[in-house]
Design a protein around this ligand. Structure first.
Ligand code: S3P
Length: 173
């Protein structure tokens, strides 16, 4: 089973992916890190060189061509579910989990913005407005995940339980 964690920047996808993979004793894959490894550029450098369109194309290609182990936890970039047919692809290939969080909670977790090109020049107030607007658009994609869970104070044990419950429900259909 492949588990794809999706959600806005700062919701904790990378950390939760590591913790969950540890519990499930399986590999963790961070697609942003794989993009950096393969391209030899940081995400900021990638945006600078190829623009957002270039990044989205490369990101989608990485999602669909990565050689995933049978069982793994995958942390995706915050925008990935919202481009091309990436959300459909993930739903067809595994379990998808939206780590949902309130805009104000996201702002308080996004202190280091320099490595995130879309928000690097915003102050807290501007960031809050930006997140509110973006979430309105992005929620339409994120909420197509098979599991939607509030990610504030979420521990990996509860996350695992939510995934197992969803698998159980799907098996009983
Ligand atoms: C992005 C989120 C980032 C990274 C890129 C674009 C987005 O990933 O893919 O900066 O559009 O929300 P994280 O969610 O891991 O920060």
């Amino acid at each position: 089973m492949k588990i794809f964690l999706v959600g806005y920047m700062g919701c904790g996808k990378s950390t939760k992916a590591k913790q969950l993979a540890h519990r499930l004793v399986c590999p963790v894959i961070d697609l942003d890190a794989e993009i950096v490894n393969k391209s030899g550029k940081t995400i900021a450098e990638f945006f600078e060189a190829y623009g957002e369109n270039g990044f989205r194309a490369y990101e989608s290609e990485m999602l669909k061509t990565y050689n995933y182990p049978e069982t793994c936890v995958v942390a995706t970039g915050g925008g990935l579910p919202c481009f091309f047919d990436n959300m459909d692809w993930m739903n067809a290939h595994g379990e998808t989990v939206y780590l949902e969080m309130e805009p104000s909670q996201l702002v308080s977790r996004l202190h280091n913005r320099q490595k995130r090109p879309l928000i690097k020049d915003l102050n807290d107030e501007q960031l809050l407005e930006f997140i509110k607007l973006k979430l309105e658009e992005r929620n339409a994609f994120y909420r197509r995940s098979k599991i939607v869970i509030n990610a504030f104070d979420l521990d990996a044990e509860r996350l695992e339980e939510a995934i197992r419950n969803a698998e159980g429900r799907a098996a009983n259909k």
